[in-house]
Design a protein around this ligand. Structure first.
Ligand code: NAI
Length: 396
């Protein structure tokens, strides 16, 4: 089948297998060019198929030689429909890992469920013994607990928020007003994106005795600049991230006796399937990227996650901020960068978009998430859309 992009709102409903494989190969190549690091041997990555989770898996496997088990929620291809990008990414990752003799298996299913937790515990028992790193990198729209389904929303809290924003479909600046979340929406978002399920994972792994005594666990958060505070940091997701930080403290207290730790890493704003859905953030990212590229400090998911593991986490004394967070947004929030972002944010309009924002970079990176617009791929060629993940098969 010849596969092209089909977009609906802020998502692309098709994915290109060769493009996704090329993206994974490029990330692996980057890690191979960096110095190797030590410390992680057997890692579980929850949310391993795209974005930060995928890059963390690549850093651990190809930077430190770690065995990796992953969990993700991705769909295989049908006869007429491509698989999701995360499915193709995982297939490529496992194939490359296999070629290097690295253990890699993945469970495709709902990470919030008991069934998936049990499947992972069985796999750790039979294949790895214990894991020494657990990465919690889920970005999910909903979570089912028993019969109740909670939804996550991206809304301000308390009052409406009006701001410039980027209409990703039209690539135009417009003004959006987002109404504040209801209490039910706030509670739902905390249930989905907060720390409860992370704690349940760690409890389940400890009870089953498949977590190394001195294990490290890490979850990802975002703070961002003041101009996105109403919709992010002080909004529903920000409240969920505070709950995640509380979970980190509680888990850390449990692991500390055995020499283990729980961390929250505050990462940089990047183009991922999750961030494309946040109002206001794509415009901020387009401005930020232009400035960081000009300053030579721009990083993608892979650069961020290699730097996190090799330079911030697996070092003798990880450096934490006053709140106890690892800060991977250090370069993003550097005052010199943010001053320029603020000036551009004030000045930007449809007449001067290209002067202030890297819209083309944003658009391209968005399509690349789904395997499109990757230089080395011939998009006129027929491709087989049914791709097996080595540890799963085609799952049809
Ligand atoms: P993403 O959308 O690229 O990846 C999400 C992952 O979660 C995928 O592997 C997906 O398959 C998996 N997933 C979703 N629902 C699932 C379920 N029910 N069961 C199993 N797997 C499921 O997201 P991204 O951006 O990499 O986000 C990961 C974490 O990083 C989130 O906590 C996010 O808040 C955080 N973060 C993201 C930033 C960004 O700019 N993208 C910045 C800072 C932090």
């Amino acid at each position: 089948m010849v596969v092209g992009p089909k977009t609906r709102g802020f998502i692309c409903t098709t994915a290109h297998p060769a493009g996704c494989a090329a993206n994974v190969a490029r990330q692996i190549e980057y890690v191979r060019e960096q110095p190797r690091f030590e410390g992680v041997k057997k890692a579980l990555i929850i949310g391993c198929s795209t974005g930060y989770g995928l890059s963390t898996r690549i850093a651990a496997a190809f930077g430190a030689g770690a065995s990796t088990l992953g969990v993700a929620f991705e769909r295989p291809a049908s006869r007429t429909r491509t698989a999701t990008a995360g499915w193709y990414n995982t297939a490529a990752f496992e194939s490359f890992a296999g070629r290097d003799g690295l253990y890699a298996k993945t469970v495709m299913g709902d990470a919030f469920s008991d069934a998936v937790k049990e499947q992972i515990i069985d796999l750790i028992r039979s294949d790895l013994g214990k894991v020494d790193l657990v990465v919690y990198s889920l970005a999910a729209p909903r979570r089912a607990v028993g019969d109740v389904t909670y939804n996550s929303v991206l809304k301000p809290v308390g009052q409406p928020f009006t701001s410039k924003s980027l209409d990703v479909a039209k690539m135009e600046v417009d003004t959006v007003t987002i109404e504040p979340a209801t209490q039910e929406e706030i509670d739902g978002t905390v249930k989905v994106m907060g720390g409860e399920d992370w704690r349940w994972w760690i409890d389940a792994l400890r009870e089953a005795d498949v977590l190394a005594k001195d294990a490290t666990t890490i979850a990802y958060s975002y703070i961002g600049p003041e101009l996105t505070y109403p919709v992010y940091h002080d909004g529903t997701v920000g409240l969920a991230k505070r709950d995640l930080a509380e979970a980190a403290k509680a888990i850390d207290a449990e692991l500390r006796a055995g020499g283990g730790h729980a961390y929250v890493s505050v990462n940089k704003a990047l183009v991922t399937q999750a961030s494309a859905a946040i109002p206001v953030v794509p415009l901020y990212i387009s401005i930020l990227f232009k400035i960081m590229k000009e300053q030579g400090t721009h990083e993608g998911c892979m650069e961020q996650m290699y730097r996190l593991l090799a330079r911030k986490l697996y070092v003798p004394a990880p450096e934490l901020d006053a709140e106890g967070f690892l800060r991977m947004d250090d370069w993003e929030l550097a005052p010199a960068i943010q001053e320029k972002v603020n000036a551009a944010w004030q000045a930007i309009s449809n007449e001067n978009l290209k002067t202030y924002a890297d819209l083309e970079g944003y658009r391209r990176e968005f399509y690349q998430l789904f395997g499109f617009e990757v230089d080395e791929v011939d998009y006129t060629a027929d491709v087989e859309i049914g791709v097996d993940i080595p540890s799963i098969g085609s799952a049809e």
